[in-house]
Design a protein around this ligand. Structure first.
Ligand code: MG
Length: 159
């Protein structure tokens, strides 16, 4: 059995006006993330981790921000399409582990809903999805509430 690890990271700026879209769900908040697509920072990090693990490039190559078709695009759809490519190459998910770095809002109340949504997009059991929220301790761009960042590692197997 072939096993591969993948790593993804993403950053998006916060701008006024809610709701906030993270992990494929909408969270009530007074700011949202800016970006060419729907700016779902967590789904972008997951997409890059999965693509990286099977050497299929990255989210920017697959969905260029110079393509108007990707403007305001649903990141769940991009993740689904990227994962389809990985599946076609025979890759299956062992697990994902993610960290969302946000000073606010607290992610804890939404953890279960986000993990469930990610599992739904990838068509896997939600027990394969790990998710943690961390703050920036009021320091740096995360801590000052200017950005939200996400990191993801994944383990894939190819039979
Ligand atoms: Mg992004």
């Amino acid at each position: 059995m072939n096993i591969r690890v993948g790593l993804g990271h993403d950053t998006h700026r916060l701008i006024p006006g809610g709701p906030l879209r993270i992990g494929g769900i909408e969270i009530p908040f007074e700011h949202h993330l800016a970006g060419h697509s729907d700016a779902d920072v967590l789904l972008h990090a997951i997409t890059d981790a999965l693509l990286g693990a099977c050497c299929l490039g990255d989210i920017g190559q697959m969905f260029p921000n110079t393509d108007s078709a990707n403007k305001g695009r649903d990141s769940a759809e991009m993740l689904h399409l990227a994962w389809q490519q990985a599946n076609l190459a025979g890759w299956q998910l062992i697990n994902l582990d993610c960290v969302v770095l946000a000073e606010r809002p607290k992610l804890a109340p939404y953890r279960e809903a986000i993990a469930k949504r990610i599992a739904e997009i990838l068509r896997v059991d939600s027990t394969r999805i790990g998710l943690k929220g961390k703050t920036g301790e009021q320091v740096g761009s995360v801590g000052e509430g200017k950005v939200i960042q996400a990191m993801c590692t994944c383990l894939l197997s190819q039979t």
